[in-house]
Design a protein around this ligand. Structure first.
Ligand code: NAD
Length: 321
């Protein structure tokens, strides 16, 4: 069995490798070569922790395994560890034997950023110039960095519920050589691409905050009850997702479906656009919306990729098991 510790991930994994891994597995999911297992997420009644498993099998990439982990809200204060903790386990699909154990914390951020980035590549207008961010927390910085590689953006605009956090994303914009401007939510109408990555349970982005022709990637809603955008926006948009079952149950589409504004059949797999079986964006006025819920196969894909890189660089730890 190979071990790739968390401390090695930053030196090994590149945004390009994460992008390729996620794009590939979304395509495999849409062609039914890969599927995700039902997600388990439990409040364990200890340390207020939420713990669970996300797994799947990708027959195209021959990747089998799971990500185990969750959220320990007291970690930072009590133990000096980050609150989100996860580890990815890969198994040999031919024998069922465990093949790798990989630190999953940084990989989770990178695979989530890669998902919105893949959606921008395939759905945003080619002439997109203004990048809009709603959210400025831990994940937002990864999202923005990856997004800026997809189009020739000229400016970043941002809004955050806690305005004092905006410098987090201003720094990323400036590192990319772009000006940053803090705006009110109404100001998001200037954006050609918007990423929302917040933990809100009440929508902050209303349908009229998003201009025709925009691509919006909604990345924060990954649990029942969370909601970042007004459900009416999904009725106006062409809706894409990583996985339809998750989108309508724990993703942004859960609300629009529950309110009867859209049907399950109105939600399309991004992988179908990658494969060329869905036409994707069809006009410059269309709003495209990607509901990124986060699937286990994304974690397995980036873990498999990082194991390969660790072997190449001679830093994978081999143990008898
Ligand atoms: P974080 O705690 O670092 O940041 C939270 C963000 O939400 C901040 O911008 C904060 O200002 C904003 N926020 C908090 N309360 C708000 C409110 N009431 N209204 C509007 N905004 C509010 O968290 P993070 O690590 O950046 O994660 C952000 C979200 O992304 C979380 O909901 C997390 O579960 C989700 N997430 C999704 C995926 C996925 O695959 N889709 C992966 C990782 C994280």
């Amino acid at each position: 069995m190979l071990i790739v510790p968390e401390r090695e991930i930053a030196n090994l994994m590149t945004r390009d490798a994460a992008f390729d891994a996620v794009e590939g597995v979304f395509a495999a999911m849409a062609s039914k070569d890969a599927y995700n297992f039902p997600v388990i997420r439990e409040a364990i009644g200890h340390e207020d922790a939420l713990y669970g498993f996300k797994g799947g099998f990708d027959k195209a990439g021959m990747t089998l395994g799971l990500k185990a982990g969750g959220y320990w809200p007291n970690n930072l204060e009590k133990h000096g560890h980050i609150n989100h903790q996860s580890t990815i386990f890969l198994f040999d699909p031919d024998t069922g034997m465990v093949s790798a154990m990989v630190g999953g914390n940084l990989l989770t951020a990178l695979r989530t950023a890669a998902a919105s980035s893949v959606s921008i590549k395939h759905l945003a207008r080619k002439d997109a110039k203004v990048m809009g961010m709603v959210g400025a927390g831990h994940q937002a910085t990864f999202q923005l960095r990856a997004a800026l590689e997809q189009r020739q953006f000229e400016k970043v605009i941002g809004w955050n519920y806690h305005p004092e956090m905006l410098p987090n994303i201003e720094k990323i914009a400036n590192e990319a050589g772009l000006p940053f401007e803090a705006v009110e939510l109404e100001g998001m109408r200037e954006a050609d691409v918007v990423i929302s990555i917040t933990s809100t349970f009440a929508p902050t982005i209303m349908a009229d905050h998003i201009a025709p022709g925009t691509h919006i990637a909604c990345m924060g809603t990954d649990t029942k009850g969370k909601q970042e955008v007004e459900a009416a926006l999904l009725a106006r948009a062409t809706v894409f997702t990583d996985e339809v079952a998750q989108s309508i149950s724990i993703g942004e589409a859960q609300h629009a479906v529950a309110e009867g504004l859209i049907k399950e059949s109105d939600v399309h797999q991004l992988g179908a656009v990658i494969n060329g079986t869905h036409k994707g964006r069809t006009s410059d006025d269309e709003i495209t919306l990607f509901d990124g819920t986060g699937v286990g196969l994304q974690d397995l894909a980036v873990a498999a990729s990082v194991v390969e890189l660790a072997v190449q660089k001679g830093v994978a730890i081999e143990v008898d098991f």
